[in-house]
Design a protein around this ligand. Sequence first.
Ligand code: SF4
Length: 377
Amino acid sequence: MKTKNFDRIKARLNGVSRRDFMKYCTVMASSMGLSSGVAPQIAEALTQKKRPPVIWLHGQECTGCTETLLRPSHPTLENLILDIISLDYHETLLVGAGHQAEEALQSSMKANAGKFVLVIEGAIPLKDDGIYCMIGGKTFMSMVEEAADKAAAIIAIGSCAAWGGIPSASPNPTGAVGAPQFLKGKTVVTIPGCPPNPYNFLSTVVHFLTFGKLPALDAKGRPKFAYGRLIHENCERRPHFDAGRFALQFGDEGHRQGYCLYKLGCKGPETHANCPDILFNDVGGNTWPVGTGHPCFGCTEEGIGFNKPLHALAEIKNPTPSAALSPIDTGKKGKGMSGGSAALVGGLAGAAVGAGAVMAGKVGKTDDSCCSSSEGE
Ligand code: SF4
């Protein structure tokens, strides 16, 4: 990275040194599953003079996705985002209002046709010709359609934009859908979450800037580097799950001991996301829902978050824990079947998937006989 390039953005990075910036680029590379060798390439892309224009539209949503980007406890993230992109239109952050704002949108779309990144935040209501979300006299669906036709890349940020989220929950009175369902035939990158993790958005943008293409996506449009694994695979409470130690009620002994939250309705076993790996708010360990004692409610997974009842038990899809998790020895042994033993039984029977179902059946019992711990055993 040329020094003059770093000097250009240095003032806005609140005293971050060149060395720390390079470390940041290395971390960014590894978070995308890339070799640390591409860090200089990322640094060049982040410090280039020409910033890619971004048009950010808000539909049916709470603005939580924008908030999560702008309010991390560590100030560098928002500075970096606002420095590497040219945010031409964003209804929450725009200084102008009314006709001035409309003009900013139209002139950016005209000047940057085929070059800008379109970010969609919020669901798109289709019922009654889209009248349930109007901006400047236009329906949100017509705005999305117009901008998407001219965009170089489309990112749906948050669960509402990714697949409908809260507005689409039953009975879905406004006919809300996500951007991929509305923009059929177009590639839409989805960054679901309520709110989504800002680093997943940033890494996606950085990937696009650095390599001129989008990262590898799964069948739901989610970047595989962030949503390729189940929460259950990397959860720090997983050793308790495998040992059959469960919290049965909020505040009970198991809950206070940090046992697995599966029986309180944790949807980690059927939800893909990297929450346990990258956490939230840049303040250290345990800053994610399960880390603070609340079951995952599956906000990144279509059909789970806002659809499945909070206390319904998750379907266990993958009994294999991360090799990085070391067992937790509490001196107590639970009565539920362990993930390791379930996988072993499955392997012996030649059906690991079947083992998952067996395990789900065992731990799915909510009676006290399968309690959080069994002292004295
Ligand atoms: Fe963690 Fe939830 Fe899996 Fe338990 S069920 S290990 S709390 S993700």
